[in-house]
Design a protein around this ligand. Sequence first.
Ligand code: N2P
Length: 342
Amino acid sequence: MKKWLALLVLVPLLTACPKQGASELRVYNWSDYMPEEVIKGFEEREKVKVVLDTYDDPEAMISKLEAGGDTEYDLVIVSDYLIGQLARKGTILELDKSKIPNLANLGPEFANPAFDPESKHSVVYQWGTTGLVYREDLVKGPVDSWAVLFDPAKSVGSFLLLTEMREQMGAALRYLGESVNTTDPAVLERVKGLLIDAKRRSQGFAGGTDAVQQVLGGNAAVAVAYSGDAFRAMEENEKVKYVIPAEGGTRWTDSLAVLSKSPNAELAYKFINYLLEPEVAAQVSNGIGYGTPVPAALPMIEAKDNPVIYPPAEVQQKLEFLADLGPDLDAFNAVWAEVKAR
Ligand code: N2P
């Protein structure tokens, strides 16, 4: 091709490529996990545009960031057990706290979390639990144990397993009376057997948001789900229920982190600071049904006494946090790969 002709073709192509300006914030979040009005409020105040991408599978989120996606986003919302992994790899920044004065609004248990002491790399966004969501008019028996997934004799109807590997393996571990963080090979071998059998009898895997929609719509009787998604479905249909099984489950925290290669870290800091304002924090929790880490927001939260969102002490005692397993994660990955392949 002649040079001038090549230019004629290339120039319009190059100018058509979307370029991220200083006025754009790119956020990578769990699906259905930030109310529209909260995003609009920030856009209007700062005269910027927020571009939101979402995920349901944290492993897929990590793969995307590792494949170059870390240059495409400014801010990522990540579960507790993955913060250490991203920090060790340098994917997320060590935070400049002088840019987040509202950090002072975090409750003490959230300001210094075990997975990221002193909030060095992350700021808590929301917290919740993982349990079972079900339609009481569709189940054939009690839903009070992980046995509804793992013991064919205790099955109560059609069910969905959860896409999030650590949570779904955690449920099988609790069913066996083990910690969700057990790495004992013999125990993990039993988990593999349970999951392969459950997968065969199930309707497959679903992300948290999808799982709850399937139960709400009556396509499945039971699903493994996250508390806030379940809470919102309960508001739509009173036959939808959510339970933490008797064997216990997980409590988790999702946090905001700034990508090291963020094109617009300044705006990311501003957004974090905005989310920590008590009024905004209350708007977040009222919109998505998860727990707030900002105590001053609580008086403005409609469902602050709802046990689905804020479980009572006796339920909390049965909840564990997923730990960052470091290299031991390989054993979990190996089991999961076999479950997925069978
Ligand atoms: C909301 C996702 C909840 C986050 N759809 C689970 N840690």
